[in-house]
Structures are given as structure tokens and as C-alpha cells.
Ligand binder design. Structure first.
Ligand code: 4AD
Ligand code: MG
Length: 449
């Protein structure tokens, strides 16, 4: 039996009305009423109701249908019939059933389960309608990202995951032993390698898992997440922001075009996504601080005695989620905040020649409470300036010699950014928590399954 060549999926059934097909899948639900038995079959592409009618299929087959339990695996052969009342537009009249396995008592039932229980059963939870929809949206987001870059003259240049040093600061590094060479770290970002790649291929992107030993237990943090990082030679901060807007608009519009069913399954308000069209909003960090203070958005500050007071937001401090959320209340499109204080940003960012206290950095914040989805910057391309930043941050110079070389041999203005895949999927899908948007989430308190 070759299932490969005779493979018809539920999402394509409307093309087979009036014909006999064989579907392979799992029983998501079953009810029987007298001479009728209704089997809801899911195959990963969709769900369709299959109907067994006792007088036409006979007692033996009918009893097989009624014996099916939730998640039993079956191949069902039958005629496809148009059915306007069905969500899929079709039903299948069962002519034959091949049972692969009658499933044991399936732990996830249609009743409500707690999050902890569902997370422990993540390997099974992925089969449920909502998780299924999120995973298909995730696949569409990843495809949109690849199509966007591949179609715009970028080359994929993957960065290593085992690295000798930090990219985004040393506090969140996962460490491992590396043979006789001492320690290695799991990459926090492929950027430094992407910079080298851009000097070889012009416009590149690196796309892979990145790791942060983050202590944050929020709805937006994972310890392992996927990031796409474009890096472009002969690009400045403005070019970088333009590209980031183009990419995000493309992703959202692609998901809208290809994932209507999935967005409906999520109950997502698609009018909010339809509004995601360029130009987005832009604001400098200094303007954002002024806005916070004009709007009485105070900062909670801990005193020496442990008590908290509320103060005006001081220029120089990094924004946290409360500031970002406050700023985004006024917008229904993403907003890019640019030119942050250099001291709160990474060592590799170029300072603004017009205002050396700020870095040519940018973050894109998404609306509806989604928060930061992109972080990027124009890079320091001057050898001496970069070296002094490395020394100021007390980073080991010898490990950054190769990175400094890029500023010795044909240095050019260049820029790039990183877009977090899970943050983006969470926003677009409307999922409540980031743990739902990656197949097997890794968080401080979870590594199983
Ligand atoms: O702002 P970040 O730290 O920027 C960088 O890593 C740069 N080196 C990127 C570059 O310029 N090439 O991270 C980029 C994005 C964030 O905006 C966010 O979307 C995501 O990565 N991100 C996380 N997503 C999930 N869990 C976490 N712990 C994340 N940390 C960052
Ligand atoms: Mg950031």
C-alpha cells in the first residue's frame, strides 16, 4: 500500500465532491444516534464529519464505526458529499473503515483542563483545534519570512549555535563544556556572524534557534526561541527601519491571505491585522520619554529602605513592559522607537554622530499589548570606536579579534535587526502566552516534554 501517492487531505476535499476518497487520520469525536454514527475525523489539514448509515453499510462495519474512541487512528473510505451546513463544506459517507489502532482512554477530553496539565501533555495537546491553528499560523509566518528575504536578494547564511562568546551581554548565557578548548555558550543571537556574512554576500539573513538564560517568567519570554536576523552592507538606520516595516507588513498580510480558517479558529479580530499597513509609527526614545512624562506614566522606583515611590521617567533608563504598553495604547499599528541611550544598548551599536549619547538603535513594538517584536541597529563600523566599546564593557578582546577584523578590511556602514518568531506568532495569532506558539516550549521551569 502506498499512502504517499494516494494521499488526499481534508483541506482539499471540496475538489473531490461526488468521488470516492480514502482519508487517513484520527477520530476527534464520535456520536451515534440509532442507525447513524457520526465520526469527526482530523488529519492535520482539517476536520470533516464522516457519516455511517447502518442499512447501507451493514451491521459489522457499523459496529466498527461505533467502537471508535477519541484519537483512534483510522483510514476511512467513502464518497464526498457537498454539505453547506458543515464548516468544511463537505461530509463523507462512509463505505469502509480500516482501524489502525483503537486509542486507549485519551487524557485530553473536551472538558476544560488546567494549563499545567496541558503543558505536561504538550505532545498530545498539539492535536487540539486551537493548538493546531497556532502551529499552522507559525508555519505561515516562517514561510513568509523566508519568501520575503529569498525574493528580495538576500542569501541565507546560518550562524553557529555553539559560540565562544556573548553577543547580547553575558548575564543570560547558557554554558557548556567544549572538549579541551574550555567553555562554549549557546548563541543568544547570530548577529556577529551575520555581520561577517554580509561583508561576503552583501545582504544576508540568519535564521535559527537562539538561547537566553532569562530569569523572566512572563508571557513573552522563552529560554529557547527562533529569531530571523537580516544583516545588510551599505545600510543605515533609516534603511534598517524601512526594511523592518516592509517585512512585518509582508508577514501579516501573508498570514491574512493564507490562514483565514486558522485565524477564525482563534477568534482573532482580523480587522486589527488588516490595518497593519505601512507606514508604521516612529518615535525617538527622547520623544517617547517626553510622552510618558506628559501623560503622567510614572516609574516605580525602589528606595534604599525597600519602599517604592513613583517618579517621572528619567532619560537614560531602559523601557520595560509597562512603559512600552503605555506608549502603544495610542497606536493600532506597530511603532518603531529609535535612538536609545547608548549605555543601555549593546556594545556593537553605532553612536549617533549628531548626539553621541544615543545609539543608532531601534525596537519595533507591536500593538494589542504584544510588545517588542524586533530589536536592531546600525553597527559600529569604526575600528577604534568599536575597540573602545569592547574595552569599556570589559569584553575579552582576543575573542573579538575576528569581529574587529571586519572594521579593518573594507569596513562599510551596515545595519541589521532580529525579529523574534514566537513574539510575532503570538501577536498575529492572538495567543495569550508565548508557550503556546512553539511546539515544545523551553522555559525556566519547563524542559519536558
Ligand atoms: O532585541 P534582541 O535581544 O536583539 C538581538 O539579539 C540583536 N542581536 C538582533 C540583531 O540586531 N541582529 O532580540 C531580538 C528579538 C526581540 O525583539 C524579541 O522579538 C526576540 O528577539 N526575543 C525573545 N523572544 C522570546 N523570548 C525571549 N527571551 C526573547 N528575547 C528576545
Ligand atoms: Mg531587544
Amino acid at each position: 500500500m502506498s499512502l504517499y501517492h494516494s494521499y488526499i487531505t481534508i483541506e482539499k476535499l471540496e475538489d473531490h465532491i461526488g468521488k470516492e476518497v480514502t482519508l487517513n487520520g484520527w477520530v476527534s469525536d464520535k456520536t451515534d444516534k440509532g442507525k447513524l454514527c457520526f465520526v469527526k475525523l482530523r488529519d492535520g489539514s482539517g476536520i470533516v464529519q464522516c457519516v455511517a448509515f447502518r442499512p447501507s453499510i451493514g451491521d459489522e462495519l457499523f459496529e466498527q464505526a461505533t467502537s471508535l474512541t477519541q484519537e483512534s487512528s483510522v483510514s476511512i473510505t467513502g464518497i464526498v458529499r457537498a454539505e453547506s451546513r458543515a464548516p468544511s463544506g463537505v461530509e463523507v459517507d462512509i463505505a469502509n473503515i480500516k482501524i489502525w489502532q483503537i486509542s486507549k482512554e485519551y487524557p485530553i477530553t473536551p472538558k476544560e483542563h488546567g494549563t499545567e496539565f496541558l503543558m505536561q501533555h504538550r505532545h498530545l495537546w498539539l492535536r487540539s483545534t486551537r493548538q493546531h491553528a497556532i502551529m499552522r499560523i507559525r508555519a505561515a509566518v516562517v514561510k513568509a519570512i523566508r519568501d520575503f528575504f529569498d525574493g528580495n536578494g538576500f542569501k541565507l547564511m546560518d550562524s553557529p549555535i555553539l559560540t565562544p562568546n556573548a553577543c547580547e551581554g553575558t548575564s543570560t548565557l547558557f554554558e557548556t563544556k567544549y572538549f579541551d578548548l574550555g567553555k562554549a555558550y549557546l548563541s543568544q543571537s547570530g548577529q556577529l556572524y551575520a555581520e561577517a556574512s554580509a561583508m561576503a554576500l552583501g545582504r544576508v539573513y540568519t535564521f535559527g534557534p537562539t538561547f537566553r538564560a532569562e530569569k523572566s517568567k512572563t508571557r513573552r519570554h522563552l529560554t529557547e526561541f527562533w529569531m530571523v536576523e537580516p544583516e545588510m552592507a551599505f545600510f543605515d538606520l533609516n534603511d534598517d527601519m524601512d526594511l523592518a516595516e516592509d517585512l512585518v507588513e509582508y508577514i501579516v498580510q501573508y498570514v491574512l491571505k493564507t490562514c483565514q480558517k486558522e485565524l477564525a479558529a482563534m477568534g482573532r479580530d482580523v480587522s486589527k491585522l488588516e490595518a497593519i499597513r505601512r507606514p508604521f509609527h516612529r518615535m525617538s526614545y527622547s520623544e517617547a520619554v517626553e510622552w510618558l512624562n506628559n501623560n503622567e506614566v510614572k516609574l516605580n522606583k525602589k528606595q534604599a529602605d525597600g519602599s517604592e515611590i513613583q517618579i517621572d521617567f528619567p532619560w537614560g533608563e531602559d523601557f520595560g513592559a509597562p512603559q512600552e504598553e503605555a506608549i502603544m495604547q495610542q497606536f493600532d499599528k506597530p511603532c518603531i522607537i529609535h535612538r536609545y541611550p547608548a549605555e543601555v544598548k549593546a556594545f556593537y551599536m553605532k553612536r549617533d554622530p549628531n548626539q553621541p549619547t544615543v545609539a543608532l538603535a531601534m525596537d519595533m513594538l507591536a500593538p494589542e499589548g504584544a510588545g517588542e517584536i524586533i530589536g536592531g541597529s546600525q553597527r559600529e563600523d569604526d575600528f577604534d570606536a568599536l575597540l573602545s566599546r569592547i574595552e569599556h564593557e570589559q569584553l575579552p578582546r582576543e575573542e573579538f579579534e575576528w569581529f574587529l577584523d571586519l572594521r579593518k578590511y573594507g569596513s562599510v556602514p551596515h545595519a541589521g535587526f532580529g525579529l523574534g518568531v514566537e513574539r510575532t506568532v503570538k501577536w498575529i495569532s492572538g495567543a495569550e502566552h508565548i508557550r503556546e506558539v512553539i511546539p515544545f516550549p523551553r522555559m525556566i521551569y519547563r524542559i519536558v516534554p
